[in-house]
Design a binder for this molecule. Structure first.
Ligand code: PMV
Length: 317
């Protein structure tokens, strides 16, 4: 039995939509930041009587149960029955990227428990099959998930861009609603791909965003990274809002948080927001301005969390 401890990642340039649904291959590349403090701990033990999985003490049933054990079948083909025990120290399924750390941790713990020593790129590729964003959580710091060109997806996994120690930034999370989201990212991105007239624009402009973000990270240029990060989030949400029927994760409090970020910027604080498949707003800023950003967001958000740049996953035997 092995436990994997994995941090979630938040996309700065987003992944939204697949070129291959079965293999979970993305239409575009994406770039993320692995965060610290938030983590998923997952233990996999083989040799139980039957397959059983718990998430934060709750026994998984139905589709959730199936998704976990289908993933184990993929990582350890021909495996014996297994017990999976997983817990997050942050709210699940509220656009706080829980699936990124969940499937990365499940993949790592399962492979290690089965005694498989797979290259990290292969683990990333397997994690991608569970949840796309998970392939970026195999590394700390800044990570790119390349779209890849191969039909079997073997070149579509995470590639580290800069380690945790490269740039001391903060991601301040305005937790506006820790509840479960109404529509999951998988269903939402498929509907967007199939119905939004804006979707081709999203795909056609992604490479430029990726180039700009990569350069900004290499140059440690927060204004440049922040500009492309907000643009990527706005474009992603624009494709969703123009899907049929429309998908809108934004709530009045999300817009209020965006306005707080704009006023901070007008006052000379370098701060930039992003939002995922949930109402929470995450604000990237310099370490020395994190307190000011957190105080300003606390005016509009019931809870605010300050996260740093996280490191790579750990395994505990
Ligand atoms: O791979 P999923 O199902 O966790 O989808 C992630 C989608 C976003 O969080 C909105 C964007 C991203 O790149 O993480």
């Amino acid at each position: 039995m092995t436990t994997a401890i994995v941090h979630p990642n938040i996309a700065l340039v987003k992944y939204w939509g697949k070129r291959d649904k079965a293999l979970n291959l993305p239409s575009t590349g994406s770039i993320s930041l692995t965060v610290d403090r938030y983590e998923t701990r997952t233990t996999v033990s083989f040799g139980s009587d039957h397959d059983v999985a718990y998430l934060s003490g709750r026994r998984l049933q139905g589709k959730e149960h199936e998704r976990v054990f289908r993933h184990l079948d993929l990582v350890v083909p021909g495996r014996p029955p297994a017990e999976v025990v997983s817990a997050n120290n942050f709210p699940s399924a509220a656009g706080l990227a829980s699936s990124s750390s969940a499937f990365a941790a499940l993949t790592m713990a399962a492979a290690a428990s089965a005694g498989l020593s797979l290259p990290i790129e292969r683990l990333s590729e397997l994690a991608r099959r569970g949840s796309g964003s998970a392939c970026r959580s195999l590394w700390g710091g800044f990570v790119e998930w390349r779209r890849g060109v191969l039909a079997d997806g073997s070149d579509s996994h995470g590639y580290p861009l800069a380690p945790q120690s490269a740039w001391d930034l903060r991601l301040v999370v305005a937790v506006l609603d820790p509840g479960q989201k109404k529509i999951g990212s998988r269903e939402a991105m498929n509907r967007t791909t199939e119905t939004s007239p804006m979707y081709p624009v999203w795909v056609n402009t992604a490479d430029l965003d990726l180039d700009e973000a990569r350069e900004a990270i290499a140059a440690r240029d927060l204004s440049a990274l922040g500009a492309v990060m907000e643009r990527s989030a706005l474009k992603m949400h624009a494709t969703m809002m123009t899907a049929l029927p429309a998908i809108r994760y934004w709530q009045p409090a999300s817009v209020a948080a965006m306005e707080v970020v704009e006023s901070l910027r007008a006052g000379g604080v370098s701060a930039f927001w992003t939002m995922d498949a949930g109402p929470n707003v995450k604000v990237l800023c310099e370490a020395h301005s994190a307190d000011a950003v957190a105080r300003a967001l606390a005016e509009v958000a019931p809870a605010v969390e300050v996260l740093g740049v996280g490191g790579p996953p750990r395994l505990i035997p």
